[in-house]
Write a protein that binds this ligand. Structure first.
Ligand code: SF4
Ligand code: ZN
Length: 315
């Protein structure tokens, strides 16, 4: 395998790892180092363990629900967490897959999730939009002029929270990575959505939400792809047919280009957002939190986003 970098494409071919005599598969442009399969894997795992420890994300006795789509991010997360937890904590990991009902895409990723959980011996629950909301995402989008990823994201978040609550989970782990997080910050800027940009998600738990943890937040998307390949975690999987229409797809290209030309830019985008959010916390009073009149979930309006969306469709 030729070395690849965290930027948008191959930059140079340097054959050996900086830590050993094995061929390099990855060039890290920020730290200017080359890593072989083994040292890349160790480095990714170390960053996950550091983040878990630094933010006190896991405690003995925890029941952790992991959102497992079957794609590479959540599959890599499950694979690393299952080992790390066994070695360090007395905690339980339960995988939850949400089937949105996307023909030609979800079937294969669900299969991949099923075989991974079997291989790792992790208990696995599958919930569907059809059984929870009485419709598939495909049907919803043919019948209503909705933005696919917005509707999908709102309903999937609710499906995952409800499933995690059903199994009395203490936290929900998701596979969001460094590239995703930088893209989300850029998207909020570009939409002018400063409420969301400045939101302090660390306090959600005090407000009745199940704690959400993102252990891959120090790892680039490209590093996760490579980790998955060299450790044989997922094979080639189809892409969601709605992904190309998403705003995120354009922002991803933008973010990858910036990271390629200015290594470390994604990290700085996130650090900038965190310090803005801290400043805002000193001056802006947090909004009041109540409970959804329809489902009882914590939310800031009269009904939560998911119930609001479903009610609008039935009007
Ligand atoms: Fe849902 Fe959009 Fe992701 Fe497809 S790309 S699974 S529609 S959020
Ligand atoms: Zn609700």
């Amino acid at each position: 395998m030729n070395p690849v970098s965290a930027g948008a494409g191959e930059r140079e071919t340097i054959p050996y790892c900086d830590n050993c005599d094995d061929p390099a598969v990855y060039f890290d442009p920020r730290l200017q180092r080359h890593l072989c399969e083994v040292h890349l894997s160790q480095d990714v795992e170390r960053r996950v363990i550091d983040r878990l420890a630094r933010h006190g994300m896991i405690h003995d006795g925890d029941r952790i629900a992991i959102g497992l789509s079957g794609g590479k991010d959540s599959s890599v997360l499950l694979s690393i967490l299952s080992r790390v937890i066994r070695e360090r904590w007395d905690a339980e990991l339960i995988a939850i897959t949400v089937d949105e009902g996307i023909a030609g895409y979800r079937e294969e990723t669900i299969q991949s999730a099923v075989s991974l959980t079997k291989r790792l011996g992790i208990s696995h629950h599958i919930v569907s939009f059809q059984s929870l909301f009485g419709t598939t995402l495909d049907f919803l989008l043919t019948a209503h002029p909705l933005r696919a990823c917005t509707a999908c994201g709102i309903l999937r978040k609710k499906a995952l929270s409800d499933a995690a609550r059903d199994i009395s989970a203490d936290s929900i782990a998701t596979g969001h990575n460094l590239s995703d997080a930088a893209q989300s910050v850029l998207m909020n800027y570009l939409r002018g959505d400063f409420e969301r940009l400045l939101r302090d998600s660390s306090r959600r738990e005090d407000r009745g939400f199940i704690r959400r943890i993102k252990p891959l937040l120090d790892v680039h998307e490209k590093e996760i792809t490579l980790y998955s390949m060299v450790n044989g975690i997922t094979g080639m999987l189809p892409e969601c047919p709605y992904a190309t229409t998403a705003f995120r797809a354009e922002v991803r290209t933008l973010q990858a280009g910036i990271e390629y030309h200015y290594p470390g830019a994604s990290l700085r985008i996130i650090e900038g957002q965190e310090s803005l959010s801290k400043q805002a916390k000193k001056t802006v009073r947090p909004g009041t939190v109540g409970y959804c009149a329809s489902c009882g979930d914590p939310c800031s309006g009269h009904v939560c986003q998911a119930c609001g969306l479903l009610q609008n469709l039935n009007k």
